[in-house]
Each structure stands twice: as C-alpha cells, then as structure tokens.
Design a protein around this ligand. Structure first.
Ligand code: IMP
Ligand code: MG
Length: 215
C-alpha cells in the first residue's frame, strides 16, 4: 500500500507563470513543486486514513503552529465532513501549541514549545499531532516525549511533508502526505523567517531570496 506521495529529487516542478503567485514573491521562487490543488487532494485521503484508524474514540487534534495551520484547517475540514456523513462519528476537539526551532534556513538545536492547554487534558484521549514538515525529526521527537508524560490513550502524528535528507534522525510520522527533496520549501503556511505563509502553493525558494529575507 502506498503510504506517501514521493516527489523525486530531479522533479522539474512547474513554471511560476502557470499558476497564481503573489507579485511580491515573483522573483523569490525557483518553481512550484506542489500545487495547492494536489495538496488538497492528498489531504482528503489522509483524512480518510486517519478516521479509519483513530475514529473509535474522542480525537484531540493538536496543531503545531505556525507552519501547520493551513494543513490543520484543511485536514480538519475533511475529517469533519467524514464525521457528519457517516453512521459512526466521534467528537473532535482542537488544541494549539507553538514550536520554534528554525533561524534562516537552518534548524537550531533547541526546540521551544510554547502555549496550548495544560497537556494533562490529553490524558486518556486519542491525540493526533498535525505538523507541516519533518526534517531532522527533532521537533517531533521532543514533542512526543513531552506528550507521553500525560498518558494519552493513543498518539498519532500526521505530517504533510517529510524531507529526504541525511540530517534525518530516522523518525517517520504515522501519516505522510508527500516525501520531498532536500531543499528549503515555502508556501501553504511554511515560512522563511515568517515570509511566504501567504502563498498557496508549495514552492522552492531561490538563493537570492534566502539572502533578501535573512535575519
Ligand atoms: P525538524 O525538527 O528538523 O524535523 O524540523 C521541523 C520544523 O522545521 C518544521 O516544523 C518546520 O517548522 C521547520 N522546517 C523544516 N524544513 C523546512 C522547510 O523546508 N521550510 C520551512 N520550514 C521548515
Ligand atoms: Mg512546523
């Protein structure tokens, strides 16, 4: 069974001119690598797989901000649609935490977790962590070890993207949308120093832009 959609290292992607890209980013992007429509189609199927595995019991969907917010909103829309159109359904509640580990295009060693309800409220629940991208896997491993202290009934992780990189710790989420090449990606809430969240397709950033938006 296919568990993720691979995007090859030599994937040519799509010319920016073929899609609608905000004017202010026109010179910052190399190409579109995952168009918005494809993200939505893949997300719809992830929702179905998740409900099949986790749908027996109250689900708490935990959004990892900020990068996860678009994927979280779209995934939950699909899950809600399934929940309201079938004989069996489960309550779905949401929570949000913020994690910061990046500066420019580099992962830093410290992973900071900020906000969210008391994690103890997750005790006995089926928790679904919703993340934008897994690179080294450090963020998710930190979060999972924090969560395990709260005795949830079940914890599953869904990440829209997983990067193929030698920097990976080997960690793999339970559900994966796409496996992507080792490049810095932006758009669909993925940012570079807070820019590019307002871009609906997932794109590869060019080197000139890395300089331009550097902090
Ligand atoms: P990890 O801890 O190395 O797995 O990194 C995960 C976090 O780094 C993600 O949640 C993102 O916020 C950020 N990140 C990693 N790669 C990218 C990228 O290509 N574009 C934007 N953010 C990224
Ligand atoms: Mg993230």
């Amino acid at each position: 069974m296919a568990s993720y959609l691979p995007i090859a290292d030599d994937e040519k992607g799509y010319e920016l001119d073929l899609f609608c890209v905000p004017r202010h980013y026109e010179n910052d992007l190399e190409k579109v690598i995952i168009p918005h429509g494809l993200i939505m189609d893949r997300t719809e199927r992830l929702a179905r797989d998740i409900i099949q595995d986790m749908g027996g019991h109250h689900i708490v969907a935990l959004c990892v901000l900020k990068g996860g917010y678009k994927f979280f909103a779209d995934l939950l829309d699909y899950i809600t649609a399934l929940n309201q159109n079938s004989d069996k359904s489960v309550p779905l509640t949401v929570d949000f935490i913020r994690v910061k580990s990046y500066c420019n295009d580099k992962s830093t060693n410290s992973v900071k977790v900020i906000g969210g309800d008391e994690l103890s409220s997750l005790s006995g629940k089926n928790v679904l962590i919703v993340e934008d991208i897994v690179e080294t896997g450090r963020t998710m491993q930190t979060l999972l070890s924090l969560l395990s202290e709260c005795n949830p009934k079940m914890v599953k992780v869904v990440s829209l993207l997983v990067k193929r990189t030698p920097r990976s710790s080997g960690y793999r989420p339970d559900y994966i949308g796409f496996e992507v090449p080792d490049a810095f990606l932006v758009g669909y809430a993925l940012d570079y120093n807070e820019y590019f969240r307002d871009l609906s397709h997932i794109c590869i950033l060019n080197d000139q832009a890395k300089e331009k938006y550097k902090v």
